[in-house]
Design a binder for this molecule. Structure first.
Ligand SMILES: [Zn+2]
Ligand SMILES: [Zn+2]
Length: 182
């Protein structure tokens, strides 16, 4: 359930249920929740099902779970990662969503990657590690980098995805001279 105006759903949003069905893991989510959550598992599943999945363009984050004032807001998912990894990432974020709803009902989520999340990650059949690695995203990140500055002292070139903040002065650590934004 998204709180009105609380997050950006300008990309075509689908739900956790829709994408889990797409990747053939919705029955796994239902089975795990039914088995591990004896009380009100039906209501819990309904809540999980309708959380929007939003397309992310980040080349550094595979996915993330977003909540606002104690309520699930959405799962952001970068769809350009390798297909097997994409399913793992979706389940990783679903584990955060379930952990939030079960361990911190109505309160803000503080459980990232602690025992509650680890429990649901293992139950969902994924390895409980914080991060995944996507070769294709790393490549995309590399390709998006542009020349952003030149060192005014030694002439070294600096490449980044984002431009430098024009209101700040950046110093080249190696030679101590200020960088000139391009
Ligand atoms: Zn995580
Ligand atoms: Zn320099």
């Amino acid at each position: 359930m998204a709180v009105k105006g609380s997050c950006d759903l300008s990309f075509a949003a689908q739900t956790v249920e829709a994408w889990s069905r797409q990747f053939d893991v919705w029955s796994r989510v239902c089975e795990v929740v039914g088995r591990e959550q004896k009380v009100a598992s039906g209501k819990l599943l309904e809540q999980i099902a309708q959380v929007p999945v939003v397309r992310s363009r980040s080349t550094t984050t595979l996915g993330c779970y977003v909540s606002r004032s104690g309520t699930p807001c959405c799962i952001r998912l970068q769809f350009d990662q390798e297909p097997e990894l994409l399913v793992q990432t979706l389940l990783h974020e679903i584990a955060h969503l379930i952990d939030h709803l079960v361990s911190f009902p109505g309160r803000s989520y503080r459980g990232a990657h602690r025992s509650g999340w680890t429990f649901w990650a293992i139950a969902l059949g994924i390895s409980p590690c914080r991060t995944g690695n996507s070769e294709s995203l790393a490549q995309q990140h590399q390709q998006r980098k542009k020349l952003v500055a030149v060192c005014s002292g030694c002439g070294e070139l600096f490449y980044r995805v984002r431009r430098l903040n024009r209101n700040r002065t950046y110093i080249h650590k190696q030679c101590g001279s200020p960088l000139k934004p391009v």
